[in-house]
Design a protein around this ligand. Structure first.
Ligand SMILES: *Cc1c(COP(=O)(O)O)cnc(C)c1O
Length: 406
């Protein structure tokens, strides 16, 4: 067949865009060539509803090996004993994975409890526009008004009053470490499950620069495409006694055939994360974020909670008279990609909030280190203080040229 020039020109266009921009989106990363190879493979041709050795289609002997390989590597990466922990690698992505957990463990109409979206929580943690708030009742906690950090006393009080069946910890825009032990105590005291959604920081847990939630959780969900640096996808880890319920909620409860090309790519990414070099990557991601926060602070920008313990930071740009939407746009014109984000107790609307969210996983994959974080802080500072986008962009292009996408 003739080459589809229209479609492949778009592929080229996107490759160029990625190459030429400084990507500070905290939830993005660049996968390796091997992960891409797995994603673009013939496994996309295969139907395999069910689980290894228990499928609704023939021809799955190789797919079974792939799924088992991904499972083994997932448990190994997080040092989990297969006698106590189970993992499901079939969820299409993070949002379905979370809904699958609720449907496995919380009867419809009963209550889940998560952090409010505007405070750093995720849509799938019970936000009002999400199906998760229609199928289940929801209680939402907030961060402390002054410190913008989790306040475990308030969370405990809310849990006692609301009596949720499941409590969610793990967020999209919370820069600090989470005390999982506290969540475990709170959940125990009201008879709820603890679910940790480590989508954002899974790679940091794997690299041992962020506390592991596993000693204190009943279920852990994660996307595979953020700090973990794999393909788009998700995994659900569950204590062994919950395994059957979780598996049945994923298939046939929510999903049909698993995306086997995605499963192969997850296996490849997990292998990469098992290498010693991934530990140094995770360390650099965190150190880069700490430095970027510090350098922005030095230039007069307000960082929510004063800094970060992870890969992500929130800048209150409105404190310097720039709106979040405006900041995102100004930066994009200079080829710096970020996302506008609400800050806790934001007085501006989510469409034009007070903050921007920055993250270091992608630039760290390109090989950038402390020296570059200072440069990046400068570039952001110049763009937001009104220097022409063209002149900032020239320096951005000089920088990214030296750090090709692997
Ligand atoms: C990214 C994210 C998700 C959702 O992932 P999708 O793959 O986009 O559905 C869920 N929870 C948290 C905390 C996330 O950061």
């Amino acid at each position: 067949m003739k080459r589809d020039n229209v479609a492949f020109r778009l592929l080229q266009e996107e490759q160029t865009r990625q190459k030429n921009s400084l990507n500070l989106v905290a939830s993005e990363n660049y996968v390796s060539g091997q992960v891409l190879l797995a994603l673009g493979s013939v496994f996309t041709n295969k139907y395999s509803e069910g689980y290894p050795r228990n499928r609704y289609y023939g021809g799955n002997e190789v797919v079974d090996k792939v799924e088992n390989l991904a499972r083994e590597r997932a448990l190994k990466l997080f040092k989990l004993n297969p006698a106590h922990w189970h993992v499901n690698v079939q969820p299409y992505s993070g949002s379905p994975a979370n809904a699958e957990v609720y449907s496995a463990l919380v009867p419809l109409g009963e209550k889940i409890m998560g952090l409010e979206l505007t405070m750093g929580g995720h849509l799938s943690h019970g936000h009002k526009v999400s199906i998760t708030s229609k199928a289940w009742k929801v209680a939402q906690y907030a961060v402390d008004k002054k410190t913008h950090r989790l306040d475990y006393e308030t969370i405990l009080r809310l849990a006692r009053r609301e009596k949720p069946k499941l409590i969610i910890a793990g967020y999209t825009a919370y820069p600090r470490v989470i005390n999982f032990k506290k969540f475990n105590e709170i959940a125990q005291s009201v008879g709820a499950f603890v679910m940790v959604d480590m989508s954002h920081f899974a790679g940091l847990v794997a690299g041992r620069v962020y506390p592991s939630p596993f000693p204190y959780a009943d279920v852990v969900t994660t996307t595979t495409h953020k700090t973990l640096r794999g393909p788009r996808g998700a995994m659900i880890f569950a204590k062994k006694e919950l395994a059957r319920k979780i598996d049945r909620a994923v298939f046939p409860g929510f999903q049909g055939g698993p995306h086997n090309h995605q499963t192969l790519a997850i296996a490849v990414a997990l292998h990469e994360a098992l290498q010693p070099s991934f530990v140094s990557y995770a360390k650099r991601v965190k150190n880069n974020a700490v430095v970027l926060a510090l350098e922005l602070k030095k230039r007069g920008w307000e960082i929510i909670t004063g800094g970060t313990d992870s890969h992500v930071l929130l800048v209150n740009v409105s404190a310097n008279g720039v709106g979040g939407y405006q900041a995102e746009t100004m930066l994009e014109e200079a080829n710096i990609v970020v996302n506008k984000n609400t800050i806790p107790y934001d007085e501006r609307p989510p469409s034009d909030p007070s903050g921007i969210r920055l993250g270091t996983p992608a630039v760290t994959t390109r090989g950038m280190r402390v020296r570059e974080m200072k440069l990046i802080a400068d570039l952001i500072d110049r763009a937001l203080k009104g220097e022409s986008a063209k002149s900032v962009r020239r320096n951005v292009l000089e920088l990214v040229k030296k750090f090709p996408i692997p």
